[in-house]
Design a protein around this ligand. Structure first.
Ligand code: IPM
Ligand code: MG
Length: 357
């Protein structure tokens, strides 16, 4: 089959991890006889430098015409001085919004091979960690009205957390559907003891839960959830939460699985064009040094095959290759442990690609 993929290497370690994901995809293409056509898209700081904006229209158009978008990472200190509406991250937020990718799915799995990289005690890890954060991605405080004004105590700044019923319904459905394919438990996370938007969130979650008798719903406050993730992570199956809380909790969830470098994500909407990106950032401090872990990026490509292209066996074979390589004690620096064999970004990518055969 034929697939057109918009490829956004982005900034920092983005390009080098993307190279490894493309290597793996090319290998999949040749093994399973698929043709992947890649169109490079500029987004982020590199686009600001070359074209003066974070997501130029022509680049957005390529994404809109593609079958799926594969994304490395954007941003870096170099652009930190820019005003909010001109930062590299703005490109990413616009892309998510334009593609209508409201559901960000971030599975967090602790591979038994990486138990030693997990900072939690083994009695806490128990049978292992396997949860999935479903984060609302195109609403909330990220997209609410924001601004500056003069107040009686000097300058004021505000960002409004705002959610509509239908937005909450959509993300709730995604979470319940995901839970149906897993252990049928959804924990909705909010701050309903303080925030009005959370009270609406909670009531809509309850309402949608009525359509899913086979799935159990419980609620938890965000502060408690941050604690429970470390105290007893195996109580979670699917976590559903707002844009901002999901951003924070998914980073926390990644740490207990060993490294933020290994977790992929899929951002889906009504259409089939998903955005697939590792959950980590652009890590400018290690960019170009062949130190980055390409696994999160490679597993994101696997998610793309599964969710946008319906290529389940191809996706599985990438995931198996990753597990096999970890099973052979091969590690990048972020997950390095005693007695393991240390490799760089390129070597890790190549070994995973070779493992596919
Ligand atoms: C993420 C990132 C982004 C976000 C940034 C880069 C805007 O942290 O995908 O988690 O906050 O959504
Ligand atoms: Mg984040």
């Amino acid at each position: 089959m034929n697939f057109h993929i918009a490829v956004i290497p982005g900034d920092g370690i983005g390009p080098e991890i993307m190279d490894q994901a493309l290597l793996v995809l090319k290998e999949i293409g040749s093994i399973y006889h698929h043709e992947f056509r890649f169109s490079e898209v500029m987004m982020g700081g590199c686009a600001i430098d070359k074209k003066g904006e974070a997501l130029p229209q022509e680049d957005l158009t390529i994404c809109l015409k593609s079958d799926a978008v594969l994304l490395g990472a954007v941003g870096g200190e170099k652009w930190d001085h820019l005003p909010g509406d001109q930062r590299p991250e703005r490109g990413l937020l616009r892309l998510r919004k334009e593609l209508g990718s409201y559901a960000n799915i971030r599975p967090a799995v602790l591979y038994k091979e990486l138990k030693d990289a997990c900072p939690l005690k083994s009695e806490i890890i128990g049978e292992g960690i396997d949860l999935c954060v479903v984060r609302e991605l195109t609403g909330g405080i990220y997209f609410g009205e924001k601004g500056r004004r003069r107040g009686t105590m000097g300058e004021q700044a505000y960002d409004i957390e705002i959610y509509s019923e239908t937005e909450i319904e959509s993300i709730a459905r995604t979470a319940f559907e995901v839970a149906r394919k897993r252990n049928k438990k959804v924990t909705s996370i909010d701050k309903a003891n303080v925030l009005e938007s959370s009270r609406l969130w909670r009531s809509v979650m309850e309402k949608v839960a009525g359509e899913y008798d086979d799935v159990v719903l419980n609620h938890m406050y965000i502060d408690n959830a941050a604690m429970q993730l470390i105290k007893n992570p195996s109580q979670f199956d699917v976590i559903v939460t707002t844009n901002m809380f999901g951003d924070i909790l998914s980073d926390e969830a990644s740490m207990i699985t060993g490294s933020i470098g290994i977790l992929p994500s899929a951002s889906l909407g009504e259409g089939k064009i998903g955005i697939y990106e590792p959950i980590h950032g652009s890590a400018p401090d290690i960019a170009g040094l062949d130190l980055a872990n390409p696994i999160g990026m490679i597993l994101s490509a696997a998610m793309m095959l599964r969710y946008s292209f319906d290529l389940e066996s191809e996706a599985k074979s990438i995931e198996n290759a990753v597990v096999n390589i970890l099973g052979k004690n091969i590690r990048t620096r972020d997950i390095m442990g005693e007695g393991m064999h240390l490799v760089g970004t390129k070597e890790m990518g190549k070994l995973i690609a070779d493992e596919l055969r």
